[in-house]
Design a protein around this ligand. Sequence first.
Ligand SMILES: [Zn+2]
Ligand SMILES: [Zn+2]
Length: 254
Amino acid sequence: MILEAVGVDGSKQYGCHLCSMMLGEHVLLDAGSASMLSGGRQEEVKTVLLTHAHLDHVLELGFMLDATVAARGEPLVVAGSAACLDMVGKHYMNDLVWPDFGRIRISGSPSLVYMELRDREWTRLPGGVEAWSEPVCHGAGARGFIFRSETGSIVYTGDTGPTYSLWEKASELDDLRAVIAEISFPNSMTDTAIASDHLTPVLLRSELRKLGSPEVPVYAFHLKPWNRREIKEEVAAGFGDAVTVLRRGDRVEF
Ligand SMILES: [Zn+2]
Ligand SMILES: [Zn+2]
C-alpha cells in the first residue's frame, strides 16, 4: 500500500497545500487539498477518511463533491469519529454553508453517506487497507490512525498534542514500517503548541519515546508555513536523518 502526500501543510498561504493523503487510489485521508487531485483521481475516491473536523482538514470536501457528484455511480463515503461527522453535517454540509449532499440524490442514491468509525477497532476500507481509529489529544472529534496492509503498518497521528494510547497500540505492532507525525510549531512556541494541542520537535521526541525505539523512518507534516524553515532546522539538528519533513508528492510504502 502507498500513502501519497497530496498536501502536507498546517495552514494556508501562497504555495501551500492543506493536509490530504491518498491511501491507494480509493481512500483520501483528510480533504484539505482534495482539489489538488485531478478530476479523474477525485472520481476514483470512494471514501474520505477524516482525522477531525477542523477546517484545514475538511475544506475541499465540499468542492470535491461538487466536482464529482454527477460522475459518481455510488455515494461518496465520508468516514470519521461520530463527533467529527456530526460537526461536518451540522456546520458544513448543512444546506447553509454548503449543500447537504446527503439529500442530493443521483439515480436514487444520496451523493454522500456518513460512516462512523468505531474507536479501537479495525475497519476495512476500499483498496484493502484497514484503519484502527484511536482518540488523540486535539479538538473536533480528533482521531489518530494505524493503517495496516498485507505487508505492513504505519502510524498516522493526525493533529494531536502529547498523547498516549495511540503510541501504546503502535508499540504492540511487529510490522511497523513508518511513523507519520505532526509537528506544527518550532520549539520556541512550545506554549502555543501545548495550548492548541499540537507538537514541536522536542515534544515529538518525547512522543517517540513512548513508542520505544523502533528502527523505522519518521515523517513530519502539518508544519505552519511561516515557521517551516525554523522547524526544518530544528528537526535536522535534533534528529538528523531519523525524521524527514514530508513534502507534497512524497510516497510512503507499507
Ligand atoms: Zn486541528
Ligand atoms: Zn490541522
